[in-house]
Design a protein. Structure first.
Length: 272
């Protein structure tokens, strides 16, 4: 199983904070992103996972990527600022702003915010020395090569057969679900249906597939006053509710039940 962590602040699911300054978002973060990392790494101490960082958080807390790397995990890139990243200009801006720490930690994996990207991202990623992206939803086992970049989508379970074509954007929306795909790799689904998601993962692994699953730090290490501090956002968008549910027990079940690898290691092993 390819377990991934989108390492972002507790307010990231809401679009209400996108236009704040970075300093204002850091104040809002209130050291959560720094304080949550070590207990999260302790939980993951017996496995290697892919952890995708928001670049401005590295500016706030410069030791984050080093701690992740020291613990044996893959350091990946999520974005510079967590918001929809669906234009060439914004993608290029984020990559330029993050170039120093990405180079230092040899970052080769990309996960678009909200699993929502565009086809034009792949040549840009290739130019910036990425070897893979995990920024679409698609049935487990789907591996695409775009330019010289591999795309390993977050897992869905197809109920009505496999899609004939797969291209970006392929995000969690009504057409995806109506088309018969259950996006069980999303932490939204593991929040709402943890036992069902566990059973699907078990089934996929027995079939020789490698599910791609993502979680968030605030779903495992709860922030202070959680989720009451997020109440206004939930009232504005109740669909955010599953992201406030604890995935701690779900993570424990994954860790004791399944073999876990980073996406980077999976790609290297698959190409040997």
């Amino acid at each position: 199983m390819l377990l991934t962590i989108d390492y972002e602040s507790w307010f990231a699911p809401s679009r209400r904070y996108d236009n704040l300054t970075s300093a204002e978002r850091r104040e809002l973060d209130d050291n959560f992103s720094q304080n949550a990392l070590e207990p999260l790494l302790e939980r993951l101490k017996d496995v290697r996972t892919s952890i995708y960082l928001v670049g401005e958080m590295v500016a706030w807390y410069p030791d984050l990527p080093q701690k992740i790397s020291n613990a044996g995990h893959e350091v990946g890139f999520h974005c510079q600022v967590h918001r929809p990243l669906t234009t060439v200009a914004d993608i290029e801006y984020d990559l330029q702003k993050s170039i120093n720490w990405r180079t230092k930690y040899n970052v080769r994996g990309f996960r678009a915010p909200m699993i929502n990207t565009i086809e034009a991202v792949y040549p840009i990623l290739e130019q910036n020395n990425f070897i893979y992206s995990s920024s679409l939803y698609a049935p487990t086992g789907t591996v695409l090569q775009k330019s010289n970049v591999w795309e390993l989508p977050v897992s869905t379970f197809p109920l009505l057969g496999h899609p004939k074509t797969i291209h970006a954007p392929r995000r969690m929306n009504l057409p995806l679900v109506i088309g018969g795909e259950f996006p069980y790799g999303s932490s939204m689904m593991s929040g709402l249906f943890p036992h069902l998601v566990f059973k699907i993962i078990e089934r996929e692994l027995k079939a020789g597939l490698s599910p791609v699953i993502f979680l968030h730090p605030y779903e495992i290490i709860p922030p202070q006053h959680w989720p009451s501090r997020f109440a206004r956002d939930l009232l504005a968008n109740p669909l955010l509710y599953p992201f406030t549910l604890s995935k701690s027990a779900f993570l424990n079940n994954l860790l004791r039940s399944f073999p876990i690898s980073t996406i980077a290691d999976y790609i290297i092993e698959s190409n040997q």
